[in-house]
Design a protein around this ligand. Sequence first.
Ligand code: TRP
Length: 373
Amino acid sequence: MPEDFVVTPWEVKGQIDYDRLITQFGTQRITEHHLEQIRKAAGDLHPMLRRGVFYSHRDLDWILDEHRKGNKFALYTGRGPSSGIHIGHLLPWFFTKWLQDKFGSTLYFQITDDEKFLFKDFEELSEATKVGYDNVLDIIAMGFDRRRTRIFLDTEYIHHLYPIAVEVAKRITFSTTQAVFGFENSNNLGEIFYTSIQAVPAFLPTVEAGHEVPVLIPCGIDQDPHFRITRDVAPKLGYPKPALIHNKLLPSLLGPGGKMSASIPASSIFTTDSIPQARKKIQDAFTGGRATVEEQRRLGANPYICPIFASYNFVFEPDDGHLAEVERTCKSGERLCGDCKLELWGKVEAFLERHHEAREKAKDRVDDFLVRD
Ligand code: TRP
């Protein structure tokens, strides 16, 4: 059967069937058993776990076992600096911050300015680096622990990355990249090489410590193909395979079948949107509502296709009880979309105001977080 959706690290389109992705990519589902283990280890459960926003993994059991044995794991995540940051990008970062707080992990945060140049988002490499520096402000604004967080841009940390990258590159054939990413003769050499760079931070903690350090990578499920390759290579180089925990992508404010996308400004709230801009995006968003108020009162609305409900569910409503109430009153027709948007806006506005302020303060703290060659 032809797929009606596409998920690769560079392209996401169509109505994503997340169950089918687990089969396609060969990952594992997060089960009640994992949730119980995480609850035991962390003391509570992040809403994104309870609600299945983080829903898939590789080797999570191993990370939890290591933790039980008193073996600290490191965290690794990253950002391809193609544009400003929107709420969809923040999703795994909120969760990564929670993991860092609960487990005291050191976080390696890779900014892949090289990738975004190679994959044609920019004419000049320096433009990608510049966007990378802008994105760093959003990362710092998340409140990561300064003593335990290292942010680096690939072009500025390459002396540290390169010796490991060549070890990785030697173990990946062109045909593997063709099979995994669909690369062809017209792809440039940098694109073909790139996965070796994204693999490196998964091994850096072990290299730096001089002994095996378990690594957990929180990321959007679209990034999994890079790490499937990384995991295949790891034992050949004598490193532990990194574990992964994957999130679903936040749906577009414009309606079904899209994810929040930097190239479509109205599809998401950006961290640098002004308050009026952001408010308008929420006001104009698609919903699961009916054509008329009368119909909605009578038939109820559909939260499951609604990006406003998804925003409550994925990010802005940590209280399960209230979320259930939003869901129930939406379906029963008691709640109308205008009111629901207004209520969400209150939460988004408060978040944006805090984030704008933290982002300003971050400008003085860049050197506290960045590591360079
Ligand atoms: N390729 C990712 C992107 O385009 C950036 C990235 C690098 C990343 N390393 C990562 C994302 C590790 C998640 C985890 O955004």
